[in-house]
Ligand binder design. Structure first.
Ligand code: ARG
Length: 464
């Protein structure tokens, strides 16, 4: 075992036999956490710079270590680095290689730190930039949604409650409802940046260190606002992991909701939207089929996000302080959630660009289900000074009458309407016009064309 020191585990002098090979394989995380190599090297460089400034290591050793780390970074980037499962993770793989490159001086690198603070420093930096990347993708989706909305301000369709025709809306207003959700998603990821702002580096294994380190310096250099305040909490804390997973879950839930809705609207029963050939797939047996597989794919992925959130919550439940191997799984979980959401966002953007409303069919469907009934009730309140409940009753009678006559509301004659409410005059007939119905919903946040135009303008300014 001592013959080739560099080939043995870091703890080879203490633990005399090799760890069980099955565990070496299963317990190694290198295939997952090698993704953190850039963050790991950046944090190590800042760490040795700090050690030098604090007169803990010499100028020469600092430079040697930094030289070696840069070399390793290039090797990894060029895929010339040999990762080894025996060295467990990215931190030890890099440290081992540093010994090969610069010799025993590599041993100064790990002064005043442990893998426990090292891994979460890397991880926080990684999640910070992943959050920003998701926010950029959400911006792309908001822009595509705005384009679709802008083209469809006048596209009238039924708005649904309980999936029954409820009241007339503009298709643009519907699309813009999702913009609100994506804006909230962005805000959630951006709020998380605050909890990612505390620097773990320097708390070492769990107690802090006897070396005179400067955690404010490393915080500043690594883009954190301040150092974490309690060393035990620092190595145990994975709240920032949960925050990210929760935000991913909500965002994928939003995508799942719109995907479901679009699947329904694309069905042969509804036919409210068309999907271009780019975003459908065929069937192996039914030659006529065009299936919305992409929408189904993104609808289903919320299951994975929720699962990952619950996996992490469960890992943390009842886990005593401070570091345990249980925590190592956090990376696989986050990477999977991030990759999946990134793919879903890209796919969804593609769908938005390849989707068009079937305007004729939307209007046709809106003429069913007496969707201007509420407009009639409102009209009675305004023009015949009725309390709303009375107006509601009168309107219900008119709807029942129309149903019996197998007519829609706009097919009723003034004479028929007057049989139920004698005070009615000719202008009531405008109330059944769908465009008029949408136009009147001018209250702030309502579906009126004027409101929508303003909202689109506001968002376009904001997105510039
Ligand atoms: N690969 C480990 C992880 O991700 C790094 C921390 C290891 N610490 C330890 N005490 N074994 O959790």
């Amino acid at each position: 075992m001592t013959k080739n020191k560099n080939n043995q585990a870091i703890w080879g002098d203490r633990i005399k036999s090799n760890t069980s090979s099955i565990f070496q394989k299963a317990g190694s995380s290198i295939n997952i956490d090698k993704r953190l190599y850039r963050e790991d090297i950046a944090a190590s460089i800042v760490h040795v710079e700090m050690l030098f400034r604090q007169k803990i290591i010499s100028f020469k050793i600092k430079n040697k270590i930094i030289y070696g780390l840069h070399k390793i970074e290039k090797e990894i980037a060029k895929k010339k680095f040999q990762f080894n499962e025996r060295y467990e993770d990215i931190h030890l793989n890099i440290e081992k290689r540093l010994f090969q490159i610069i010799g025993d001086d590599a041993g100064y690198l790990h002064i005043a730190r442990s893998r426990n603070d090292q891994v979460i420093t890397d991880f926080k930096i990684w999640i910070r930039s992943a959050s920003k990347k998701i926010m950029t993708k959400l911006d792309g989706i908001i822009k595509s949604s705005l384009k679709l909305a802008e083209k469809n301000i006048d596209t009238i369709m039924p708005g649904f409650t309980h999936l029954k025709n409820a009241q007339a809306i503009s298709f643009a207003h519907y699309i813009m409802a999702y913009i609100e959700m994506f804006e909230r998603d962005k805000k959630r990821f951006s709020n998380n940046l605050e909890s990612l702002n505390e620097n773990p580096l320097g708390v070492a294994a769990l107690t802090g260190t006897s070396f005179n380190i400067d955690r404010n310096y490393t915080s500043k250099k690594l883009g954190f606002k301040r150092p974490t305040k309690n060393s035990i909490d620092t190595v145990s804390d994975r709240d920032f992991v949960l925050d990210f997973l929760f935000s991913v879950s909500i965002c994928s839930m939003h995508i799942s909701r719109i995907a479901e809705e679009l699947i329904i609207w694309n069905s042969d029963g509804f036919k409210l939207i068309n999907l271009s050939d780019k975003v459908v797939t065929g069937s192996s047996i039914m030659p006529q089929k065009k299936n919305p597989d992409l929408l189904e794919f993104i609808r289903g992925k919320s299951g994975l996000s929720y699962g990952n959130l619950f996996a992490m919550l469960t890992i943390l439940k009842g886990l005593p302080l401070s570091y345990f191997k249980d925590l190592q799984d956090d990376k696989e979980i986050i990477f999977k959630s991030y990759d999946t959401l990134s793919d879903c966002l890209k796919i969804f953007d593609e769908i938005l660009k390849n989707l068009s409303p079937n305007k004729k069919r939307m209007l046709e469907l809106a003429s069913y289900g007496y969707i201007t009934a509420t407009d009639l009730a409102d009209y009675l309140v305004t023009n015949h000074s009725m309390p709303f409940r009375k107006a509601y009753q009168k309107t219900a009678k008119i709807v029942n009458f129309a149903e019996k006559k197998k007519k829609s509301l706009n097919e009723l004659t003034l004479e028929e309407l007057k049989m139920i409410e004698p005070k009615l005059t000719k202008d009531v007939l405008n109330v059944f016009d769908l465009k008029n119905s949408v136009k009147t919903k001018k209250s702030y946040g309502g579906t009126s064309f004027v409101n929508i135009k303003k909202m689109i303008m506001n968002y376009k300014k904001k997105m510039k």
